[in-house]
Write a new protein. Structure first.
Length: 381
């Protein structure tokens, strides 16, 4: 559970609120003056349609209004704690906001409490379908007939959802339809794009924020950087993206499952691990570079700490000086300019990893070491 600020662009949501007749603001002034508290009880790293919708909304809506996001990141099990906390937080800070936007109808109880105790605060909820149709009698009696009708407006994600809301007794003037969106960057032709990929936990030592600030701006515009993972450095990475104006060239996918990670590893043009030195932290090995290698990706990694063992320079990747932006730009440009050489490097990496890092061989080395005395043979033999 966290309250965060985010940035992006998404005028349709604001226009939908205005169209609902419940937020009488001038849209040009709203971009700089309107303050919205966005509450989401379904949010990544949990996966699902509402989670994806709420996350995207938290990223794109701030391009139109100032947004504070209060999100439950721990799934349904945390709802008994999150719902009271959301009510308390919204009541305590409500004077700071012009409106409250609820990510789905289950948060209707939060909105009902707000309208009861802060009746002048505008409260609007997104309704997706199941949050109206769930058949439990207590839910229909409380949420659908009492809590949701008390709000100032409902945004239905489809005409079918609007029709269902009307069937449930929601007055039409409280409803508007705004369809779900998508990131239009997904439609770019990949045959004209070079995709750089980093996988793993987003922590400072991985160097993603440094790479975005210092290296990516100096690369051709057709280069995009995809990060698959989550972690404590995400806010710093997003700040770097915003500071450099690279929202159209950096994609943060969050945590992905194994199948998706494998698909990404087989699809990217170049795998990068631009680690930077961080006091009190270190890269013990760097398994991600092996995963990229076995998928025949050319690998670029910082010549730092455990990566010196994970990458045999010239065999399963190329080691580059940490924090040397020019060296990174030259290495990436060289691979872009010679696709045949890049493919050859990837094939060489796959062969090297298969030969030297297959778990069958590694397990045998463990067994040999366990079988000898501390002064015995080197397990590498």
């Amino acid at each position: 559970m966290a309250a965060t600020r985010s940035r992006g662009g998404g005028g349709r949501i604001l226009r939908g609120l205005l169209a609902a007749g419940k937020l009488a603001f001038d849209s040009s002034a709203a971009a700089t003056q309107m303050k919205v508290l966005f509450i989401s009880r379904a949010y990544p790293p949990v996966t699902g349609g509402i989670e994806n919708h709420n996350w995207a909304l938290s990223q794109w809506l701030p391009g139109e209004v100032a947004v504070r996001t209060l999100a439950n990141r721990r799934g349904k099990r945390a709802l008994p704690w999150f719902l009271p906390w959301a009510i308390i937080y919204a009541l305590w800070t409500g004077h700071r906001f012009d409106a409250v936007l609820l990510g789905d109808g289950i948060l209707g109880v939060v909105g009902w409490c707000l309208k009861l105790l802060r009746p002048r605060l505008r409260v609007v909820a997104v309704v997706h379908g199941l949050d109206l149709s769930w058949p439990a009698r207590w839910y229909q009696r409380l949420w659908v007939r009492r809590f949701l009708p008390a709000l100032d407006g409902l945004i239905a994600v489809s005409q079918a959802t609007r029709a269902l809301a009307e069937d449930k007794g929601i007055t039409p003037e409280r409803l508007c339809v705004i369809p779900n969106g998508l990131d239009a960057r997904l439609g770019r032709p990949l045959d004209q794009t070079t995709v750089l990929l980093t996988t793993g936990r987003l922590v400072r030592r991985k160097g993603a924020a440094w790479f975005i600030r210092e290296v990516l701006p100096g690369l051709p515009a057709r280069v995009i950087y995809v990060l698959a993972g989550a972690g404590p450095d995400e806010a710093e990475i997003r700040a770097a993206v915003a500071a450099r104006g690279l929202t159209d060239r950096v994609l943060l996918l969050g945590r992905v499952d194994d199948a998706t990670r494998e698909l990404l590893l087989h699809s990217a043009d170049i795998f990068i691990q631009p680690n930077v030195p961080v006091a009190g932290d270190m890269e013990g090995f760097g398994i991600a570079v092996l995963e990229a290698g076995i998928c025949a990706r050319p690998v670029l990694a910082s010549a730092l700490e455990g990566l010196l063992d994970a990458v045999a320079d010239g065999c399963n990747g190329q080691l580059l000086p940490a924090l040397d932006a020019a060296a990174w730009q030259r290495a990436i440009t060289a691979l872009m300019d010679d696709p045949a050489a890049a493919a050859a490097r990837g094939a060489r990496a796959a062969a090297h990893v298969r030969t030297h890092h297959d778990w069958a061989a590694i397990a045998a080395r463990y067994a040999r070491f366990l079988a000898v005395s501390p002064a015995g043979a080197n397990p590498a033999n």
